[in-house]
Design a protein around this ligand. Sequence first.
Ligand code: SF4
Length: 207
Amino acid sequence: MAWGPSGFQHYPWRKKLPLWKGLLVEVMLQRTRADQVAPSFRCLDSCFPTARSLRNMDESGARDLIGPLGLSWRIPLFVELCREIAEHGGRLPRDMSALQNLPGVGPYAAGAALSLHGETRAVIVDSNVVRVLCRFLGVPFDGETRRKKWVEEALEHLTPENDFRAFNYALLDLAMQVCRPRRPDCGICPLQTLCRTGSDVPVASGS
Ligand code: SF4
């Protein structure tokens, strides 16, 4: 939490957004690098100023918007999601299970949308967060670990009641900048003294 502000990444969606727009950007961010998403988000932000304006979204528009991000299978789901949002005037349930019933919304997007844009406490379970958690605890992990019940339970236990937004941003940024997939930078990591994986690495001078 103390490290978070120093590592904070300034992406264009990291501002106050209505929940519906936050959900759309988190859907875009699934399995996609954040820097790739920035142009698509700017386009969404300027072309669709209200939830109701999403009723005009069709496959061609969705392809223009998120096609450059790859994963073309999500285009029809994105169209369906936009239409559902428009139909409800942008009023979405602040509830993990209910959000995951919407087209193309998985646990990552639901948790990120609620905690980062919906002022509702929720955990974020994605491969980056799982990597930090498992290294921290010194347990092996692979692509399936994020589906394990204990992972969600551990994050539930760790996530604070009130500062969950700052906590989740700090965790995401730490995963991206310090506890990277390859060659984690343990010497500058704020978790190093407690971490089972990084505690043998010398602390960087000045950190
Ligand atoms: S000390 Fe190293 S392995 Fe542990 S959380 Fe930090 S960067 Fe990751």
